[in-house]
Ligand binder design. Structure first.
Ligand SMILES: C[S@@+](CC[C@H](N)C(=O)[O-])C[C@H]1O[C@@H](n2cnc3c(N)ncnc32)[C@H](O)[C@@H]1O
Length: 257
């Protein structure tokens, strides 16, 4: 901890640190928006559709880091940018990740059930083909359409029955040998671990915890074993990385054989 931080922690009582921190982030956010350096930014009130805080700084940072990590993982697994691979962002939301991938060389596609978010994201993802899809498969693309599909923070909210349906749908839209990256939350994120509902009770390493009305309010919690329960019938698990999406979610790399 820097000397300045030490002094801050020593002199400012804990009960004041949280509101001060929030004010600081609000101010940083306002300045970032005023600077117009980053092109269109989603209004503050819709950011909670894709993340747990209202700060656009986080939207930009998490999106940029996630995009870099996806390029690294998929590149190392053999996705060759020079061949202009077709890559789908399942649940692309406000384009938090997709907007950073234009320089990747990939041909980009995105889809989401939230028509408003998808429409907004056209402002920053005009290089991608974007389509609205339904809560359940199929996606509006024929089978074997993509060299890779990624889903950031989507399977971490799907209820139990949708986990299997969407794992099967990823297989359907992937070309043979195609790659998938799926990010999820492990039980280590929660202390204590909330009780799962009855739909998840018999699945080792999986808990579905319904809450609130929004998609993001409910949590789907997977260990590697829990994830395999849904994906093994459809895709081969190449690797699983705890905290592999920049420490923020676990990352699984899968392949259609
Ligand atoms: C936590 S947000 C993440 C958005 C984006 N992947 C990102 O990282 O910013 C989850 C997204 O999944 C979308 N979603 C929920 N159910 C879906 C489904 N069945 N098919 C596609 N997208 C879905 C939500 O509308 C929301 O945009």
């Amino acid at each position: 901890m820097s000397r300045l931080k030490q002094l801050y922690h020593h002199h400012i009582p804990a009960r004041l640190r949280w509101p001060i921190g929030r004010l600081r982030r609000d101010l940083q956010d306002a300045l970032l928006r005023l600077s117009r350096r980053h092109g269109p930014l989603p209004p503050r009130h819709v950011l909670l559709k894709v993340q747990s805080t209202p700060w656009v700084m986080e939207y930009l940072d998490i999106g940029r880091r996630s995009a870099a990590r996806l390029q690294q993982v998929l590149g190392e697994a053999g996705l060759n940018a020079a061949s202009r691979p077709q890559v789908l962002d399942l649940g692309s939301g406000l384009g938090r990740v997709l907007r950073h991938l234009e320089p990747s060389g990939w041909q980009l596609y995105g889809c989401d059930v939230d028509a408003w978010s998808l429409e907004w994201s056209r402002r920053v993802c005009d290089f991608a083909e974007l389509r609205v899809n339904q809560n359940d498969p199929p996606l509006p693309w024929p089978e074997a359409s993509f060299d890779a599909v990624y889903a950031v923070s989507v399977f971490s909210h799907f209820p139990t029955a949708r986990q299997s349906r969407w794992a099967a749908e990823l297989r359907r839209v992937l070309k043979p040998g195609g790659l998938a990256v799926v990010t999820t939350m492990g039980p280590w994120v929660f202390n204590p671990l909330p009780e799962g509902d009855e739909t998840s009770a018999d699945i080792d390493g999986f808990w579905f915890v319904p809450a609130g009305h929004g998609f993001n309010d409910s949590a789907a919690i997977h260990t590697e074993e829990g994830l395999r329960h849904f994906f093994d019938p459809h895709l081969e698990m190449l690797s699983w990385h705890r905290g592999g999406l920049d420490g923020f979610q676990d990352l699984s790399l899968l392949r259609r054989s």
